[in-house]
Design a binder for this molecule. Structure first.
Ligand SMILES: Nc1ncnc2c1ncn2[C@@H]1O[C@H](COP(=O)(O)OP(=O)(O)OP(=O)(O)O)[C@@H](O)[C@H]1O
Ligand SMILES: O=c1ccn([C@@H]2O[C@H](COP(=O)(O)O)[C@@H](O)[C@H]2O)c(=O)[nH]1
Length: 232
């Protein structure tokens, strides 16, 4: 079983696939999935995207730097939203972010983060990398290395990495394991190349799983053979 896990969730984990905003049904599902792993006493960090609010590249009339800043703020909104939902369900969590100064958001300080984990808090890393032109995949890789995670679990909309996009090609074949070299060479689109590269350089594996299949998160954390593992 993994003991220190960075979980990357799409903003769509809050809205449902392809949706915007927040869905009660999805939030209940998410809380149930998190409760299953939180009870295992693991140190859990979460990076959540903002596809349910803004993705920079979707805002066509904006300069990309401006659009991306809206996107990053969206990730803080989602983190705070999640903190509140967790709290209502008896799950202790804390939002840390380098990009905003709000009463419920703590600054990103390594020593404090360790203390939050020791005290049993889930740490929600908001604000992405704090730089435009990136995405939360890269932020997840960065935070995973910073928190010294055993694994980065990307919980997304597909069962793993395929030789081509399985949403577009019915005959796509799934890989159980793939190396970073292969993932980068084949330009696998399921995760940013920057994220692959950070994890490769820091000897950290990524596990890609389908978030929308009940029980998958628990299986992933327990080290079951699901999804696709990207190894260095
Ligand atoms: N070779 C591939 N194997 C698996 N999925 C792929 C591949 N190529 C493209 N994809 C697509 O990548 C998508 C997952 O990446 P995407 O960035 O959309 O998800 P996410 O990171 O969970 O969401 P968000 O961008 O909102 O944070 C899948 O839904 C799939 O359609
Ligand atoms: O480091 C970062 C992370 C994110 N952004 C912007 O936020 C949105 C939302 O993140 P997703 O990963 O797409 O869910 C992203 O599209 C960027 O616009 C950023 O600029 N820098």
């Amino acid at each position: 079983m993994y003991k220190r896990v960075l979980l990357k969730l799409s903003g769509e984990a809050l809205s449902g696939e392809g949706g915007k905003g927040f869905s009660e049904k999805m939030l209940t599902y998410l809380v149930n999935e998190i409760q299953k792993i939180h009870s295992l006493n693991i140190k859990l960090g979460i990076v959540i995207g903002a596809g349910n609010i803004f993705r920079g590249k979707e805002l066509k009339d904006f300069r990309i730097q401006m659009a991306d800043q809206l996107g990053m703020l969206g990730t803080v909104i989602n983190s705070l939203y999640l903190k509140n939902v967790f709290e209502k369900n008896g799950i202790k969590s804390i939002v840390v972010s380098p990009i905003v100064n709000l009463p419920s958001v703590m600054p990103l300080k390594y020593d404090f983060i360790e203390q939050y984990f020791e005290a049993g808090y889930i740490v929600l890393f908001g604000g992405g990398t704090s730089n435009p032109l990136f995405t939360t995949d890269t932020a997840a890789a960065l935070r995973a290395v910073e928190m010294n995670a055993d694994i980065l679990v990307k919980a997304t909309k597909v069962d793993g990495i395929y030789d081509k996009d399985p949403k577009l090609f019915e005959d796509a074949k799934k890989y159980d394991i793939i190396t970073y070299e292969q993932a980068i060479k084949e330009q696998i689109k399921v995760m940013d190349t920057e994220a692959f590269s950070i994890c490769e350089k820091n000897n950290l594996s990524i596990l890609i799983i389908n978030f929308f299949k009940e029980g998958n998160l628990l299986k992933a954390v327990e080290g079951e053979n699901i999804g696709t593992k990207v190894n260095y």
